[in-house]
Design a binder for this molecule. Structure first.
Ligand SMILES: [Zn+2]
Length: 96
């Protein structure tokens, strides 16, 4: 799984998959654009992996349970655990 922000587009691909290129919305707020793109990427990957019962990004606190949710906190785009309401990592800095 790759998540590469490059300029105004983000390329997402899952192993053995052709991947998808997401275009960042033309907004001034980079954090907002990242959150939107990360949400789209998560939806795409979760759909692609759904048949295998996998989710992405996987919550480190609750493995194989639910994906993390992209949100904006204090002007920063982050991945949150929706169950614990806790910030897991900044978007782009998630550990594999
Ligand atoms: Zn969780």
């Amino acid at each position: 799984m790759e998540f590469k922000p490059e300029g105004e587009t983000i390329h997402v691909c899952v192993a053995g998959d052709h991947g998808v290129t997401l275009h960042l919305s033309p907004v001034d707020d980079m954090a907002e654009a990242l959150v939107a793109a990360a949400s789209e990427a998560s939806d795409y990957v979760t759909e692609a992996l759904g048949a295998k019962g996998l989710v992405w990004p996987q919550c480190p606190m609750h493995p194989r349970t639910h994906p993390l949710v992209a949100e904006q906190r204090n002007e920063t785009a982050v991945w949150m655990c929706p169950a614990a309401g806790a910030v897991v990592a900044k978007i782009g800095q998630l550990q594999r």
